[in-house]
Design a protein around this ligand. Structure first.
Ligand code: PLP
Ligand code: COI
Length: 373
């Protein structure tokens, strides 16, 4: 398939260089959008059409658009990083494209071809490249592809029309504490996903359902919620926006990095998959298995569990300090980021920043380096 041609309709009044510099000095997460966005339409019978880069702005939606009633919405999250040579690259965007197509299948939506997904990112970045933070630091440009059902009507059935769009937002750390350990609420009443449900899809509905437990966690001073499986309320699934890893120390000093296996109710995180590969490269034993909430609490109490961290595109790798639950709280290790967590974090971010070799070929150039003069 040849590369789709995006029509570019430049913003008539983009942010001034001074305004952009102000935003990039303290981007936060998801607070500021760039000047442009991508839109592509799908119509049954015609397929994908009208790929465009347009000024960022409101969408016009008929009030009976299906997304507003039955929630056919999916999204992705990935980042663009300025590389030392000035080019802009993204981390495993092909994996995001495949997951997006998988989410579409689960929600009975039209699948966007992988090439069109990748091309949409390059098309947006070609126009908004100056919004990508400088190389060397941890800031990046967060990319948010999403798709909504736009057919008009109230019948409960898959829409025959979709809007795919991509937004871009300069991003600093997702958690304001940076690599400071966060507190986590271990939720025992509400679940995130059941086998056969939509937990493996990245759809807005999963996040809507997580907001009440997240608010409960926040009342207990926790930045994230760790969910147990829906069937037995025993096994750790993941957190509201990232996957979990546990570092167990054997009596002989051996280290095991464990993460819940993908049993069908956990989002297959691209960071999770990358952490597994990097840990193996570093000679760390990795196991994907069931881990119970009890093993977490007992492991902390008897000192076998020395580090826990969450990982995801937005969260990168964030250590967990204290885990709170209805029965009390325990603090992992001495409450400080552990050595395995920091080693993996450094290895991952060095690849993303272009500061270390990329042995797995994960980085993909979206905008080439400017021609030298
Ligand atoms: N789990 C959930 C529920 C998420 O929202 C995310 C974020 O995308 C992740 C895990 C981590 O996925 P990834 O590493 O692909 O960003
Ligand atoms: C991400 O890490 O990209 C996410 O999607 C997490 C969250 C902001 C929903």
């Amino acid at each position: 398939m040849s590369a789709p041609q995006f029509t570019v309709n430049p913003h008539p009044a983009p942010a001034s260089p001074q305004r952009r510099a102000e935003v990039l000095a303290d981007p936060g997460f998801g607070r500021h959008m760039t000047d442009h966005m991508v839109t592509v339409r799908y119509t049954e019978g015609t397929g994908w059409h009208d790929p465009q880069v347009v000024p960022y702005g409101p969408l016009t939606l008929d009030p009976s658009s299906m997304v507003l009633h039955y929630g056919q919405e999916i999204f992705e999250g990935l980042k663009a990083y300025r590389q030392p040579d000035g080019s802009i690259a993204s981390f495993r965007p092909d994996a995001n494209a495949r997951r997006f197509a998988g989410s579409a299948r689960r929600l009975a939506m039209a699948e966007l071809p992988e090439e069109l997904f990748l091309e949409s990112l390059s098309a947006l970045l070609a126009v908004d490249s100056e919004w990508v933070p400088a190389a060397g630091g941890e800031d990046s440009l967060y990319l948010r592809p999403f798709m909504i059902a736009t057919e008009v009507g109230l019948g409960v059935r898959p829409s025959s029309e979709y809007l795919y769009a991509v937004l871009a937002s300069p991003a600093g750390p997702y958690f304001t504490g940076g690599v400071k350990p966060m507190n986590v609420w271990l939720e025992t009443e509400f679940t995130r996903a059941a086998l056969g449900g939509t937990g493996t899809a990245k759809c807005g509905g999963n996040y809507a359902a997580s907001l009440l437990p997240q608010a409960i966690g926040a009342k207990h001073g926790c930045a994230q919620v760790a969910y147990l499986d829906a069937e037995e309320r025993t096994w750790i699934d993941e957190m509201g926006s990232n996957n979990l890893f546990f570092v167990f120390q054997g009596e002989d000093g051996s280290v095991e990095l464990a993460t819940p296996d993908l049993r069908g109710s956990v989002l297959a995180g691209i960071t999770r998959d990358s952490v597994i590969a990097i840990a193996k490269d570093l000679g760390i034993t990795v196991v994907e298995r069931r881990i119970s909430g009890k093993e977490w609490l007992d492991g902390v109490a008897d000192g076998r569990l020395t580090e826990v961290f969450g990982c995801g595109t937005a969260a990168v790798i964030t250590p967990i300090g204290t885990v709170k639950h209805t029965g009390g709280e325990v603090t992992v290790g001495d409450g400080e980021p552990g050595p395995v967590t920091l080693q993996l974090r450094e290895a991952l971010t060095a690849i993303q920043r272009g500061a270390a070799p990329d042995p797995h070929g994960w980085m993909r150039t979206l905008v080439p380096a400017p021609a030298s003069v």
